[in-house]
Design a protein around this ligand. Structure first.
Ligand code: SP5
Ligand code: ZN
Length: 357
C-alpha cells in the first residue's frame, strides 16, 4: 500500500513579504521570518510523499472576516502606502512601517483617545511589538498565506485526511485586532473557520510552535466549539509572548476548559515535549477536525527558542496527532533555521501521513 501523498498548498505571493530587518530592543537586527523559508520548505517537500498545489488569490474571504476585526485588515491593507506617502524614507531611511508609540491605557488613561493621523503613531493601535513591520508586499503575502490555509481546509472538508498549508508570514500571534510576533493574519483560525463552514462542529487546535499562539488562544478563549491546546517554552522563563501562555489560563465563560497551555522549561527535549503533544492529542480526540499549528522552532538548532526537539521528535509528534484519526489541516507557523527547516516540516508531515491508512 502506497503512503498517502500529502497535499501542499502554497503560493508564490507568500514571498512578497521580506522583512529584512526587525527592531528589537531598539536595535535594527536581521529578520528571521524571511521569504527564503518558503523555498527551504518547498525544496524538502519536492518528492513523491507530497503533492504540490499552487493557490490562486481568493475572490472573497468570509473566514477571514469572522476571525479579524475589519479595522485591522483595513490598516494592514493601507499602511504601506500611508508610510510611503510620509517623510520616513527621506528623514531616516526607514521604508517599513514601524510603530513609534503604543496607545495602551498607560498612555490614554481613561481619556477619550482617537486614532492618530500620523501613520507612525497610528501603527501602535494594531501593532503590539516593534519587530513585525509592514512593507509594500506584506499585505499581499499575508492574504496569500490565508488563502493557502483556507484551500488546505477546503480540501480536508471535501474528504482529504490531511493537507498542509505552507503559510507565511505565520499567523498564530495575530489577535482579532492586533498583529505581532512576525504574524499579521491568523492563518490557523482561518482554517478552523473554513472547516466549521464545511460542517465540522467541534474543532481542536494543537499548537506545537515553540511559542504560545496568543492570537489563536485569544480568538477562541471564550468559545466552547473550538479547543486550543499549546505546548511551548515557558513564558515565565522570559520567552515570547511573555504575558500569556501560562498553565492556569484555561478559557472563560462557555469556553471554560477549552484552552490548555503546557509550558516547558528551557532545554526541554523530545521525551517531555512528546508527552505534552500526546496529552494534547488525547484531549482533542473527540473533536470533528484538527488544526495543527506546525511551528518547527522548538527544534534544537532554532535561533528563536531554547527547546531541544529533534526531527525524529517532530516525526513522532506527527504520528501522535495522526493517530487521533481526525481529518487534519497542518498550518505552517515558525521555524527559522534554514538548513534544517524543510526537513523538520517533512518529518512531521511524514509521521502524520504514516498514521493514515
Ligand atoms: C511565529 C513565531 O514563531 N513567532 C516568533 C515570535 C518570537 N519572536 C521574538 C523575537 C525575540 C527577539 N529575537 C532575537 C533573536 C536573536 N537571535
Ligand atoms: Zn514560534
Amino acid at each position: 500500500m502506497g503512503q498517502y501523498a500529502v497535499p501542499v498548498l502554497w503560493s508564490p505571493d507568500t514571498r512578497l513579504h521580506d522583512p529584512r530587518h526587525e527592531v528589537w530592543v531598539g536595535v535594527q537586527t536581521i529578520g528571521t521570518e524571511t521569504a527564503s523559508r518558503v523555498d527551504a520548505i518547498l525544496d524538502a517537500l519536492d518528492h513523491p510523499g507530497f503533492e504540490l498545489h499552487e493557490v490562486e488569490p481568493a475572490e472573497e474571504r468570509p473566514a477571514l472576516d469572522s476571525v479579524h476585526e475589519p479595522a485591522l485588515v483595513e490598516f494592514l491593507g493601507t499602511a504601506a502606502d500611508r508610510w510611503a506617502a510620509g517623510p520616513y524614507e527621506d528623514l531616516v531611511g526607514q521604508d517599513r512601517v514601524v510603530p513609534y508609540l503604543f496607545p495602551t491605557p498607560a498612555m490614554t488613561a481613561g481619556l477619550p483617545a482617537r486614532p492618530a493621523v500620523a501613520v507612525h503613531a497610528d501603527a501602535g493601535r494594531f501593532a503590539y511589538d516593534t519587530m513585525t513591520q509592514v512593507g509594500p508586499g506584506t499585505f499581499a503575502a499575508a492574504l496569500a498565506a490565508v488563502d493557502c490555509a483556507a484551500a488546505a481546509a477546503t480540501l480536508v472538508s471535501d474528504g482529504a485526511p490531511l493537507a498542509y498549508a505552507l503559510a507565511r508570514p505565520p499567523g498564530h500571534h495575530a489577535t482579532p485586532a492586533g498583529f505581532g510576533g512576525s504574524c499579521y493574519l491568523n492563518n490557523a483560525a482561518v482554517a478552523v473557520e473554513v472547516l466549521r463552514a464545511g460542517g465540522a462542529e467541534r474543532i481542536g487546535i494543537v499548537d506545537v510552535d515553540a511559542h504560545q499562539g496568543n492570537g489563536t488562544a485569544a480568538i477562541y478563549y471564550a468559545r466552547a466549539d473550538t479547543l486550543y491546546g499549546s505546548v511551548h517554552v515557558d513564558p515565565g522563563a522570559g520567552w515570547f509572548p511573555h504575558v500569556v501562555g501560562y498553565a492556569d489560563e484555561t478559557g472563560t465563560g462557555t469556553g471554560q476548559g477549552g484552552t490548555r497551555n503546557l509550558p516547558l522549561p528551557e532545554g526541554t527535549g523530545d521525551e517531555r515535549w512528546l508527552e505534552a503533544v500526546a496529552d494534547l492529542a488525547e484531549w482533542v480526540r473527540d473533536c470533528d477536525a484538527l488544526v495543527v499549528s506546525l511551528g518547527v522552532d522548538a527544534a534544537a538548532d532554532d535561533p528563536e527558542s531554547p527547546l531541544q526537539v529533534t526531527a525524529d521528535g517532530y516525526r513522532e509528534a506527527g504520528r501522535l496527532l495522526g493517530a487521533t484519526g481526525l481529518p487534519a489541516v497542518a498550518v505552517q507557523e515558525g521555524g527559522y533555521h534554514l538548513p534544517t527547516l524543510g526537513g523538520l516540516v517533512a518529518a512531521y508531515l511524514e509521521g502524520h501521513a504514516a498514521s493514515i491508512g
